[in-house]
Design a protein around this ligand. Structure first.
Ligand code: BF8
Length: 656
């Protein structure tokens, strides 16, 4: 059964479609098993929510003040305050980006404060990314002569903190250092240069409060301004600061998927986004003390698996096998083999604990921002980390004790494993292909037709992981190189598309070059903050080719967008001139043809917001930044749209 949403010109899958279409056999098995065992998952809760509210789906509901909630529809064309449809849709969108920026900002803050704690001697972490520390110091113009590495790192972190929190109108250091000159001029002309992450979140909430900004186009400008703050204060900042601490990832091969769990081992999953505590826990797991204790507890060893973006970070740096993403977290618990899930921040759904309670899995929270009732809480705070070493050891102890208690009658581990290569930092991609000049040449001569960065969450509105995998298979077949992060990367890793042998599935020159260099056609570049790596690649390749980024055969794709954070990711790439393809028409309603002026049409109301939809999909945004949003929920059609986009860009450049 499908759920039809004519208002969006789309349908959503029912349970049978999800189980039939989801590409990972392990997920199919686990959905069925959890259903048999009567354990609730997101799939049950999603079905219980059908039909979903048509106002909310189209961004036509405002809950920003106590006059509301207000809805716009055939009965009322305005909210009580007079807010019209454009203002409501754009206001909701800009608030979503603010929430996403706040989330990545909090992540960034933890990483920067950890570097400062290390420099002050308060936290025992290495500074393995020496080259990144010197690179940033030089870019920021920090005097480094006779300065120790840790002190330089601290100064860099203080600059990054300023980008996160500046309240005055000075330029952002990171934006000045890494944004292309041509873009800076575009943004200057548009008046969208930001102050800092925190300032722009404050300004956005201010603009959208009752009686705030009534001009949706000013909110659209704020959307661009905030995306730039998001990009340069949180994506670039978190990604590079984490490299300062734990080093710049290099490619490494490992095995991924649910089959990495082992019945006779202690199984620990590390889940969340900021890998600060996870790195320390990993250090303790690998200590001789723990390895001895494991035997005392009667286990054959410890398996560490990664979930979501913390999983991506650990895969990239240590080759730790990853298991799954946001919508697989309950399935992983459903194996009955997970002794402990250690979670830090973000994308840890409340349903995780419900499933964990059914299987006796210990859930350990490590961030004060992400508390879960009934979970053990051992917080990491870089500003108060005197007990960090003991705390990380306690986390490991809890997992060992959970292994002893585990009810083995519930264990069911689908034996799916895939080979995968992670660790594709910006530097690794450039070196792997033999230099920026080589990649630019491959693009020019058509060996590689284009580059798509395919990223983002899962969303129950499309069949779980089906859109990710289907689009990417079609793209590599067409000779388009793919970079990936976040939940999408887990779908692609488990599908075997991130292994060098996946080159076999690529088409044309991409197949040849990947086989020759032993590189996968789908490059797992890290967690969501590491979209900065793909963006930097786009920026530097355009520069190397002597072209503007907006003219290059690049695209950003979010096939299953879910979290508010993805709005920021998409608009970041748009602001840089890279068009987006999104896999479901919300919260920007699907752009159907606009009714002619003077013609009253219900369609005009149904689609949510003509002007905002046209701004993103039509010429409004395109004229400002040279990029637009395509929306297509059906993955084969989506891949076709991307191929056309890439082809048009190549034609424009005169590249065959
Ligand atoms: O930051 S892709 S559901 S896990 S938000 Fe979350 Fe979305 Fe997954 Fe990583 Ni990104």
């Amino acid at each position: 059964m499908k759920y039809n949403y004519p208002l969006l010109n789309a349908e959503m899958p029912g349970r049978e479609d999800v189980i039939k279409l989801t590409p990972n056999p392990a997920s199919k098995e686990l959905f069925k098993r959890l259903e048999q065992k009567n354990v609730e998952t997101w799939l049950d809760r999603y079905e219980a929510q059908q039909p979903q509210c048509g106002f909310g789906l189209r961004g036509l509901c405002c809950r920003n003040c106590q006059w509301g909630p207000c809805r716009i529809g055939p009965k009322a064309s305005k909210g009580i305050c007079g807010k019209d449809l454009n203002l409501m849709v754009m206001g909701n969108l800009v608030r979503a980006l603010a929430a996403g920026l706040a989330a990545h900002g909090r992540h960034a803050h933890e990483v920067y404060m950890t570097i400062i704690a290390v420099a002050k001697g308060k936290a025992d972490y290495p500074l393995l990314g020496e080259e990144k520390i010197w690179e940033l110091a030089e870019k920021f113009g920090i005097e480094t002569k006779d300065k120790a590495l840790d002190q330089t790192a601290k100064e860099v972190a203080e600059y990054l903190l300023e980008d996160l929190g500046r309240m005055t109108a000075e330029p952002m250091y990171m934006l000045e250092a890494y944004a292309p000159k041509e873009r800076k001029e575009v943004w200057q002309k548009l008046g969208v240069l930001p102050r800092s992450g925190s300032y722009e979140v404050m300004e956005t909430l201010h603009m959208t409060t009752l009686g705030g900004c009534s001009d949706w186009t000013a909110l659209a400008s704020q959307e661009l301004r905030m995306a730039l703050a998001y990009c340069y204060s949180t994506l670039y900042g978190s990604s590079m600061a984490t490299e300062m601490l734990f080093g710049i990832p290099q490619p490494k091969v490992t095995e991924v998927n649910y089959g990495i769990l082992k019945e006779d081992h202690v199984n620990i999953l590390l889940h969340g986004h900021s890998p600060m505590m996870a790195e320390k826990v990993l250090e303790k797991i690998n200590s001789p003390e723990t390895q001895q204790q494991v035997k005392d507890y009667g286990a054959k060893g410890i398996v560490v698996g990664g979930m979501c973006c913390t999983g991506d970070e650990l895969l990239c740096r240590h080759g730790i096998p990853s298991v799954t993403n946001i919508m697989g977290q309950e399935l992983a618990i459903g194996t009955g083999a997970v002794d402990a899930v250690v979670v830090d921040m973000q994308c840890v759904i409340p349903g995780l604990k419900t499933a964990a309670d059914c299987f006796g899995t210990e859930v350990i929270t490590t961030c004060d921002s992400n508390r879960i009732p009934g979970a053990k809480h051992i917080p990491f705070d870089p500003e108060d980390c005197e007990t960090l070493e003991e705390d990380a050891m306690r986390v490991v102890q809890l997992a060992l004790e959970a292994f002893k208690r585990r009810d083995r009658s519930h264990i069911y581990i689908p034996q799916e494993r895939s080979r995968a290569m992670g660790g594709w930092s910006y530097e690794a991609v450039v070196n792997g292909f033999g230099g920026l000049d080589k990649i630019a040449q491959y693009l020019k001569d058509g060996t590689i037709k284009g580059i798509a960065t395919v990223v983002g969450c899962n969303n129950p509105k499309v069949p779980y992981e089906y859109n990710h995998v289907t689009i990417v298979k079609k793209l590599i077949e067409s000779g388009i190189l793919v970079t990936t992060t976040g939940c999408c990367s887990h779908a692609l890793l488990n599908a075997g598309l991130c292994a060098p042998e996946a080159a076999e599935q690529a088409g044309g020159g991409l197949k040849d070059v990947c086989q020759e260099l032993d590189i996968p056609p789908v490059l797992a570049v890290g967690g969501c903050v590491d979209n900065a790596r793909s963006l930097r690649l786009f920026i530097d390749l355009a520069d190397e080719a002597g072209k503007l980024i907006k003219d290059m055969p690049f695209i950003f794709i979010g096939p299953e967008p879910g979290n508010e954070k993805t709005v920021g990711q998409g608009v970041t790439f748009l602001a840089h001139g890279v068009s987006n393809l999104v896999g479901f028409p919300a919260p920007i309603p699907v752009p159907l043809p606009k009714a002619k002026d003077g013609i009253q049409s219900n369609d005009e109301m149904d689609r949510g917001s003509n002007d905002v939809a046209d701004f993103f999909a039509g010429d409004g945004l395109y004229e400002k930044v040279g990029a637009r949003v395509y929306t297509e929920p059906y993955p084969k059609l989506a891949a076709q749209t991307v191929r056309m986009h890439i082809k048009r860009k190549r034609l424009g450049l005169g590249w065959k």
